[in-house]
Write a protein of this length. Structure first.
Length: 57
């Protein structure tokens, strides 16, 4: 069931299998965190993207 649940990025309401929120017409995303791994293969890229995002704002 976890792969079906989606959460609106703006209003915070949950929906099932909808890419667009039926309440406010904004995009939805999965509310679940990424799987944890001690060998974080993409950690370098994730931190770089986070740094770029912080510099932008």
């Amino acid at each position: 069931m976890t792969k079906y649940l989606r959460k609106c990025t703006v209003c915070g309401k949950y929906t099932i299998l909808k890419e667009i929120c039926p309440y406010c017409s904004n995009p939805t995303r999965t509310p679940h965190p990424a799987k944890f791994s001690l060998t974080d293969n993409y950690g370098v890229y994730r931190r770089k993207l986070k740094r770029m995002d912080e510099d932008k704002s």
